[in-house]
Design a protein around this ligand. Structure first.
Ligand code: AMP
Ligand code: MG
Length: 501
């Protein structure tokens, strides 16, 4: 049974479908038995211009369950390939997702509106095309938290329970997520056509992406090289932002890296608790390929795969020249990443004096490096350590010292930090630290607790409370003290995350 169409328009446009007809399969969402709204993102709806009166809760439920389609929807499943844990899979694609259409938001940005968990598609392979309540709410929550932390991300517009079970290791309540993205073009989208040696398709895709995301390079003489440079820069900036808040994506396959520079696909992601570059929580990441500290080098590895897809566009006659040009750009990744990282870390230290990233002196980098070494040696909670610097700036280092097994080591470092402050008033320094360091991140134990209540008991109160907290990560509220606390050590030692929405 196909969904019916309702006489409402969401002002959808379809630039992807219109310009890239070979890049997708038309598909219908599979209607669900008994939809109920788990969550609707009113503020995002407002941003997208979808807060008009016609879109009542009832209509939203009908549309975002996939049971009915607005008359201007054109649902498609997008094709892509990807390297999963280093192995190339030539055909992945939207196996449980579909794009309904694009809207142009209040700031003129084109955003995809897609359903995830809406049933089988021609790309489903053996999968059921479905999603479960827990992972859907997880993606909703983490996306909102990342957004509130100022990190580019896809976001959730709605989460709808289907009233139907999905079969995983046990039957779980099903759900559909409505995801909003700058676009869903991935490194893997390029790989899909490059692997089939369809160079003109790769060119069309590159042109589409330039027009949609990076119009500033459209007029460049070597625009595909400029595209590569821009994507390299945006990923370097993104991964630096992840590292600064302790975010571990968990499954940085090339099909999970968006060309737009947004964080995409919150599967087995987690936030690091005590600082440990080797931290990894994903149950399937046995080798630690996607561990916290590996993320910059994995991003570079993925970008090298992206660069390979562009090679035929870079040098028609001279492949070696193309390789040399692409390599030169890839070679800038680590230094661009480091600039963003140190600039961000310096800001987190409350010391954002100069705007010039390049001007950070060796001694300033060392101050950051030594701080991390202290955190690592003492296995200190990453989020609390940074945030406690605010109190320390105001002369109360007791919270910070209490996090360390050997507090005297941090005293010596604090003296060096104080020296770097160049006479900034302590109150000003403390507010700078508080503005740059979140107090509330989605703590893994609280996330699991909220999702279990929602999934097992249909109780959304804990989820909604946690969502509210992580949407205001920098604003301290004494009543919320428990949301700032690390998980019990026993929890973290056994914590595992799982793929699959
Ligand atoms: P992910 O690990 O979520 O990035 O997904 C990797 C690939 O598996 C993508 O092509 C997905 O569409 C597909 N996939 C994951 N789960 C399912 C499912 N339940 N049904 C169909 N395809 C799926
Ligand atoms: Mg994916």
């Amino acid at each position: 049974m196909n969904p019916s169409t309702i006489a409402i328009s969401l002002n959808f446009e379809h630039s992807y479908a219109a310009q890239l007809p070979e890049f997708f399969a038309p598909v219908w969402p599979t209607p669900v038995r008994q939809p109920s709204l788990l969550q609707f993102n009113k503020s995002l709806a407002g941003e997208l211009g979808l807060d008009h009166e016609e879109l009542t809760t009832d209509i939203a439920l009908r549309i975002f369950s996939g049971n009915e389609l607005p008359r201007d929807a054109q649902p498609i499943a997008q094709a892509y390939a990807g390297h999963q844990f280093g192995s190339f899979v030539p055909q992945l694609g939207d196996g449980r997702a579909l794009l309904l259409g694009e809207v142009v938001d209040g700031q003129g940005r084109r955003r995809d509106i897609a359903l995830k968990g809406s049933g089988r598609t021609p790309f489903s392979r053996g999968g059921d095309g479905k999603a479960a309540v827990g992972p859907v709410l997880r993606e909703y929550l983490i996306g909102e938290a990342m957004h509130a932390l100022g990190i580019p991300t896809t976001r959730a517009l709605a989460a709808v329970a289907t009233g139907e079970p999905v079969m995983r290791d046990r039957p779980l309540p099903g759900a559909v997520l409505t995801r909003v993205a700058g676009s869903h073009v991935r490194v893997g989208t390029f790989q899909y056509f490059a692997a089939r040696r369809q160079v003109e398709h790769v060119r069309k895709l590159a042109d589409y992406v330039i027009q949609r995301h990076y119009p500033g390079v459209a007029e460049d003489t070597e625009r595909y090289l400029s595209l590569l440079r821009t994507v390299v820069e945006s990923q370097a900036a993104l991964v630096a932002q992840w590292m600064l808040v302790g975010f571990i994506h968990g499954v940085m396959n090339t099909d999970n890296m968006a060309i737009s520079g947004e964080t995409i696909d919150y599967g087995p992601c987690a936030f690091m608790e005590s600082y440990d570059p080797e931290a990894v929580f994903s149950s399937i990441d046995h080798a630690g390929r996607y561990a916290y500290g590996n993320q910059p080098s994995i991003a570079l590895w993925n970008l090298a795969r992206f660069a390979e897809t562009l090679l035929p566009l870079l040098g028609k006659e001279d492949n070696e020249r193309a390789i040399a040009d692409a390599t030169a750009i890839l070679d800038t990744f680590m230094s661009t990443f480091e600039q963003h990282w140190y600039k961000g870390a310096w800001t987190k230290l409350g010391l954002a004096g100069s705007d010039e990233i390049d001007s950070l002196k060796e001694s300033e980098r060392t101050l950051v490096d030594d701080w991390l070494e202290l955190l690592s040696k003492n296995r200190v909670d990453y989020t609390l350590a940074w945030r406690s610097l605010a109190d320390a700036a105001e002369g109360n280092a007791s919270t910070l010292r209490s996090l360390f097994t050997s507090p005297t080591e941090v005293d010596a470092w604090l003296r060096r930090w104080k020296k770097s402050q160049n006479g900034v008033a302590s109150s000003q320094l403390a507010s700078a630290v508080r503005a740059a360091n979140p107090l509330y991140i989605p703590r893994n134990h609280l996330v699991e607790d909220a999702l279990a209540a929602a999934s097992d008991d249909g109780d959304l109160t804990r989820f909604e409370r946690l969502l509210e907290v992580v949407q205001h990560p920098f604003d301290e509220n004494p009543e919320l003290a428990r949301y700032a606390m690390p998980a019990p050590t026993k929890f973290t030692a056994n914590y595992q995350t799982f793929c699959g929405t």
